[in-house]
Design a binder for this molecule. Sequence first.
Ligand code: NDP
Length: 462
Amino acid sequence: MAAYDFDLFVIGGGSGGVRAGRVAASMGKRVAVAEEYRFGGTCVIRGCVPKKLFVYASSFPEHFEDAEGYGWQVGESTFDWKTLIANKDKEIARLEGLYQKGLSSNDATMFKSRAELVDQHTICLTATGETVTAEKIVIAVGGRPNPMSNLPGHELCISSNEAFHLEELPKSILIAGGGYIAVEFANIFHGLGVETTLIYRGTEILSKFDEDLRTNLQDAMIAKGINIQFEDVIEKVEKAAGNDLRVTTKNGDVSEYSQVMLALGRIANTESLGLEKVGVETNARGAIVVDEYNKTNIDNIYALGDVTDKVQLTPVAIHEAMCFIETVYKDNPTSPDHELIPTAVFSQPEIGTVGMTEAEAGKAFEELEVYRAQFRPMRHTLSGREEKMMMKLIVNAADRKVVGAHILGPDAGELAQVLGVTLKAGVTKDDFDRTMAVHPSASEELVTMYSPTYRVKNGERV
Ligand code: NDP
């Protein structure tokens, strides 16, 4: 008789947890996955997937405008928020079903309950009070938006969670932050016709991205009509007349908005999980500390995805889950590879990027060649849209390896995926030069930038 109820118990039914559970179950392991909200987790239920659907919705007004230059007369258009929400909800429910099916068809047990650790091998399902035991435990409970509890009036604000379920499209919105979520939602709301203001503490949004991406995206957003308040933060939020909110900022601005959204980072969901009972170590930010194989300080307990606060991206959580399977169930110790992660910001225009920023590469290498092209994509010749596309390759002059590739413009995220493969394979600028162009395309610029736009020596442009 087995000593434990399950070989593997996964706490959290998001991208990382479901992948670990599904693959382990497909290998014949006795697996249970507990999820307190909805299977699919943040990415599927209230993150990447619905966000991308919103991005599509919000980009139609520009398509309608662009159509005219191509001879189309688009009639008066109207937008219905409730239709978007209902259709989005239907698609999300479909995906949630697929996540569950992946588990059930591999005979994994699903618990629709919060799960908390009782001891090293015992888990309590809080919905029923039942306890179960497992040989190995994976904690993949993800994170949640930082509620900014010290901000007076934070309870009046929404986060990305609520943005997916607003009853009405607001007339105006103030979004705090300058990261992925703030920037993506500023573009979404603006595209849907909401008067949108971004408030950011720095001088340029997206602080972790290449400078040219930041400047050019920011300029494009401002040109579209998104108001950005730099070097300022919200000091307090209060109820105003009607349903509006009055916001006072540190710089003394007092303005009213229909909604205020906080997008100031995400924190690990580690409270009341029983971690302290079992002695699972967490860091100062509350995230679970793991070794290079995603093992916690407790031998049979692993953690993966956002709860470890390493890289908060869905594909990283999935990759970590696959490494867990290799390490634990295939006797093939495999450390997640966090080098050269391609990523996209679904802003409008879009960012696609992989590798080092110019500033990072300038510190890491003595001399760089920087190749940069800025041009109006062909599509916009007839549409008349002024928006420019930018492509930038950062090359280590010593061995001509491409160490960073940055794109701003249509389908930049799609391009980043392919560029990610090439950088991972150690591509050099000579390989780009040897590659035939696809014509006419925007991406042909990537293989036709023959001379460096400028060089960087010891961190300085020359
Ligand atoms: P980010 O880390 O991207 O951005 C947080 C923003 O909040 C930064 O601009 C930061 O400023 C600012 N900030 C943090 N603390 C404060 C504070 N106390 N006062 C004022 N400003 C503050 O987090 P997000 O919430 O936007 O997104 C969370 C994570 O989710 C991302 O890091 C990303 O990994 C993931 N994500 C990925 C997406 C994608 O792949 N397309 C889409 C959405 C989210 P500063 O820069 O100055 O530090």
